[in-house]
Design a protein around this ligand. Structure first.
Ligand code: OAD
Length: 262
């Protein structure tokens, strides 16, 4: 291993060993090795189309108002793609870290439930969860694990019509979730940003909040992103390969090609 990489490796190991309060923000990239497609490839924009419509329309507040059944069909299509998908070593490692640190906060933009499937018990879901429905009349939420669904699920409490309990384009995040995430980030000493292009706000503001709170920021992504300039380390590679190396305390050169040391 080159002297620079040895220095990086020792710094990373010390940061990880010394950390007491850790926060992690994940995006679609951490589920990529499980076979879940990401939203943006190579820094591009939303690339998904389904039944001739872009994801930005299918996952929109406007379409929920005019054609709630189509919105359910779109999310049920995504649920059917997830039904056989399992968490990968990146998810499993973060579930282990939850038990390792004095304080550990996992914040995800993902709605695929793979962190919970990997054993993470406390997950701040900024954008909701594809396996949960929310009543459009009384607001109560309930699990809907059946896929494909036969009809729009009715509320278990009041019988009203439901919608997927996810954040649609044009909607605000669930009450209080982002505030809890921001508080954890402002109080952590080590912040990991894993598998996100960091282009969707307010999630993308969290790495900056971490830096402002003087936390060390480690990014894990095969590509550089808009927040790489804020990161203390950007480890170019796959989360499933890089995250376990923190627990093992050794970093292989090929997957830990740090781009930046501030
Ligand atoms: P993106 O698709 O925008 O970004 C995924 C990131 O993961 C990219 O930077 C990839 O380089 C990286 N990546 C790919 N494979 C990886 C791997 N094996 N390990 C680590 N990183 C990898 O997805 P998000 O940033 O999550 O919003 O997108 C944010 C939000 O935009 C989503 O939550 C969704 C979307 O619109 C809503 O649904 C509200």
């Amino acid at each position: 291993m080159s002297p620079v990489l040895t220095q990086v490796s020792n710094s990373l190991r010390d940061l990880f060993e010394d950390a007491r309060r850790v926060a992690v923000l994940t995006g679609a990239g951490i589920s990529a090795e499980s076979g879940v497609p990401t939203f943006r490839v190579g820094g591009g924009s939303e690339i998904w189309m389904w039944r001739g419509r872009p994801v930005t329309e299918l996952s929109s507040r406007e379409l929920l108002a005019t054609d709630p059944k189509l919105v359910w069909e779109w999310f049920d299509h995504r649920r059917s793609m997830l039904a056989e998908i399992r968490p990968n070593s990146g998810h499993l490692m973060l579930a282990e870290w939850e038990r390792r640190f004095e304080e550990f906060t996992l914040i995800t933009q993902n709605i695929d439930d793979l962190h919970q499937a990997a054993g993470s018990l406390r997950v701040l879901e900024l954008h909701g969860n594809i396996w949960r429905a929310r009543c459009r009349r009384c607001g109560s939420t309930f699990e809907v694990r059946e896929s494909p669904i036969q009809e729009v699920p009715q509320c278990l409490a009041c019988g009203g019509p439901s919608r997927p309990d996810v954040v649609l384009f044009g909607e605000l995040l669930p009450e209080g979730v982002f505030e809890r995430a921001e508080k954890a980030v402002q109080n952590c000493d080590l912040f990991f940003v894993v598998g996100t292009s960091a282009v969707v706000y307010p999630a993308a503001s969290l790495p900056i909040a971490a830096k402002q709170a003087r936390a060390r920021v480690i990014e894990v992504n095969p590509e550089l992103t808009d927040i790489s300039v804020f990161a203390d380390f950007t480890l170019l590679g796959n989360a499933g390969q890089i995250l376990p190396q923190f627990t093992q305390g050794r970093f292989e050169g090929n997957s830990c090609d740090s781009q930046r040391i501030n």
